[in-house]
Design a protein around this ligand. Structure first.
Ligand SMILES: C[S@@+](CC[C@H](N)C(=O)[O-])C[C@H]1O[C@@H](n2cnc3c(N)ncnc32)[C@H](O)[C@@H]1O
Length: 211
């Protein structure tokens, strides 16, 4: 790797500056022991939501609302973010962060519960984008649900896809890393999808559902 590669990646990660609302949501996440999306990943999510002119987005793993704020900032002004988390403290912090960011309560559906029980209740083909920001071990289930939830031309994105740089090391075979490798293969080979693995943050695996 060229000598400045790491510096370039760090530069890219911080390229889009975060405002006070995001800094405060990030601080609250840290206080609650939640790991939010990296700034570069957030900027990518906002970009993707804007490119889709997204009106309906699912955020799996609300955390303290950092990914949700980025998504809402990319969505259409009348768009609704459906965000799911089983942790009530994080969800309360996210509600406050969305209000601080100036979003009306009608723009968010903050649903408490495990993704495995909430996602099956959401409408088939009703969403422009699904962001899976929960644990990598849940991504496979998220992948199956996302294909059902997305409209044709919609996009799914998985955070943490590089598994803290463990995925590229073939000697590492723990369950989480193996599950991520399996997800990579499934998404790459799925003829219904057009994939790309973006090396932002801990890796953002994206795929568009072919129209
Ligand atoms: C990495 S954090 C998400 C951070 C958030 N996307 C952000 O950028 O602020 C992962 C979140 O997933 C939630 N989570 C983990 N397993 C879950 C499950 N099975 N169903 C719903 N939420 C889950 C955790 O409570 C945690 O808040």
């Amino acid at each position: 790797m060229p000598s400045h590669r790491h510096a370039s990646l760090a530069y890219a990660e911080g390229y889009v500056a975060e405002d006070d609302v995001l800094v405060s949501a990030r601080r609250e996440a840290r206080r609650l022991g939640i790991v939010p999306v990296e700034p570069g990943t957030g900027a990518a999510l906002r970009l993707l939501a804007a490119t889709l002119a997204a009106r309906a987005v699912v955020d799996v793993g609300t955390g303290a609302g950092v990914s949700g704020i980025y998504l809402l900032r990319g969505m259409r002004p009348d768009g609704v973010l459906t965000t799911v988390d089983e942790d009530t403290q994080g969800s309360q912090a996210a509600r406050r962060a969305f209000a601080d960011a100036g979003f009306a309560a009608s723009r968010t559906r903050v649903i408490g519960g495990a993704s495995g029980s909430v996602l099956p209740r959401l409408a088939d083909g009703g969403y422009d984008m699904v962001f899976c920001g929960g644990p990598g071990t849940d991504h496979l289930a998220g992948y199956e649900e996302a294909l059902r939830l997305l409209r044709p031309g919609g996009l799914v994105a998985f955070d943490g896809a590089l598994g803290q740089d463990r995925v590229v090391d073939p000697s590492i075979r723990d369950a989480r890393t193996s599950a991520l490798r399996y997800l990579h293969r499934q998404v790459a080979e799925d003829t219904r999808l057009l994939p790309a693995l973006l090396p932002t943050g801990d890796g953002l695996l994206c795929a568009v559902k072919r129209p």
